[in-house]
Design a protein around this ligand. Structure first.
Ligand SMILES: *Cc1c(COP(=O)(O)O)cnc(C)c1O
Length: 387
């Protein structure tokens, strides 16, 4: 039985030993010739960016990926000195912060390239850029059809240095698809042109977790896993390709128990009505915590190692579960929303299925207000099976 701090309400327990084990699994999979950039954007997918980044860096990770300059600056202020690549949001007026915090930009268009080049030259800096190519995602990046326009712009750069060339898959979960094949072809063609024009791109990278697992030829010099590190999968069948351990357990405790007669409506709108005398547990978690309202009448929670169905609507801070079939439930009992309890597991993928989304959205939706606790499960004497 996992230990429960009796004074603790809702919290997330983050198992750093599982995080490290997943990192080692990624490394084993890609081999020593391929670098690993660990993606820690969105508060490390809800696991807590600073603690997660520190644990990964202590394990030898030398490159991190974030979505925004603000995320990168937060890590720098916490003393993290790994290279940090800003993958997502970058505006021209972020140039000063990029330089101040030594963040490496992904450059997806000519305007930003020109602006950073001018800024770097003016401030005596050589900003290490990763050029983003749009090979079929339709999101960020330079287009193949415009190569005659942007390729010459790589000549004579003064304030930026081309450190990487990258792209991103739209359908990496389907490695055999025309989409993946076409993106790889387009990427290789553009790389060839860039190199033929005399530019050295030391780091070529394209693979997110799904491509790292399912499409080995997309690994190039470096892979960019996020989900793999956290043991979650954007597409549940990927879980069969590589054994990864979930890192986060989300739990709370039973707040109140009551026995209701047959035909009692439960929660807003009376969307659930008891069909027998029922024991209903109220737990202090709701959509304000990130426990999605779409889980109403769909999810289950774990109590005493058994599944208790969520009944009625999930409310802002409270949710009800039917524990009629579980003997001996007491107020204060541990309730696992996500994770393992006494050998029974609710995975992020299962919860995502109930909520009609993907596990990534489940984890990144857990409110920042829910405390994260960090453990080293393997070092706990009773750690086996706990999380
Ligand atoms: C988020 C992100 C990743 C990581 O994706 P996962 O599916 O979590 O591995 C990789 N590359 C880019 C550009 C991203 O934005």
């Amino acid at each position: 039985m996992s230990s429960t701090d009796k004074t603790e309400g809702t919290c997330c327990v983050v198992d750093l030993s599982a995080l490290r084990a997943n990192l080692r699994t990624v490394r084993r999979l890609v081999g020593p010739g391929v670098a690993v950039l660990a993606v820690v954007k969105a508060d490390a997918y809800g696991h807590g960016d600073i603690k997660t980044a520190r644990a990964l860096c202590a394990e030898g990770v030398s490159r991190l990926g974030v979505a925004t300059v603000a995320e990168g600056a937060r890590l720098r202020k916490a003393g993290i000195d790994a290279a940090i690549l800003v993958l997502g949001s970058l505006y021209s007026d972020d140039a000063a912060a990029l330089v101040r915090y030594s963040l490496d930009p992904v450059v997806p268009n000519l305007d930003l390239l020109r602006h950073l080049d001018a800024f770097g030259a003016e401030h005596g800096a050589e900003i290490p850029c990763h050029l983003k190519l749009d090979t079929g995602m339709g999101r960020l990046g330079l287009l193949p059809d415009a190569i005659e326009e942007w390729l010459p712009e790589l000549d004579g750069l003064k304030g930026v240095r081309l450190q990487g060339v990258m792209s991103h898959f739209a359908r990496a979960e389907e490695p055999e698809s025309q989409s993946c094949r076409g993106q790889l072809r387009a990427f290789r063609r553009m790389l060839k042109r860039i190199r033929a024009a005399g530019h050295d791109a030391p780091l070529v990278h394209m693979a997110n977790s799904a491509a790292t697992m399912a499409l080995p030829e997309a690994r190039f010099d470096m892979v960019r896993p996020g989900g793999m590190l956290y043991g979650i999968f954007s597409h549940p069948p990927l879980a069969e390709l590589v054994p990864l351990a979930p890192v986060l357990t989300w739990k709370t405790r039973v707040l109140q128990l009551k026995t209701l007669p047959k035909h009692s409506p439960i929660s807003y709108g009376g969307t659930f009505v008891t069909c027998r005398e029922s024991v209903i547990a109220t737990v202090p978690v709701g959509y304000a915590d990130g426990y999605k309202r779409s889980l109403s009448n769909k999810a289950a929670v774990l109590i005493r190692g058994r599944r208790a169905p969520v009944v009625g609507r999930v409310t802002m801070d409270l949710t009800m579960a039917d524990v009629t079939a579980i003997d001996g439930v007491q107020p204060g009992d541990e309730v696992v929303l996500l994770g393992t309890q006494d050998g029974e597991t609710i995975s992020a993928e299962e919860m995502a299925g109930w909520a009609d989304t993907i596990s990534y959205e489940i984890l990144t939706s857990i409110s920042k207000g829910v405390p994260r606790h960090y453990i080293e499960a393997k070092q706990k004497p009773d750690g086996v099976g706990g999380y």
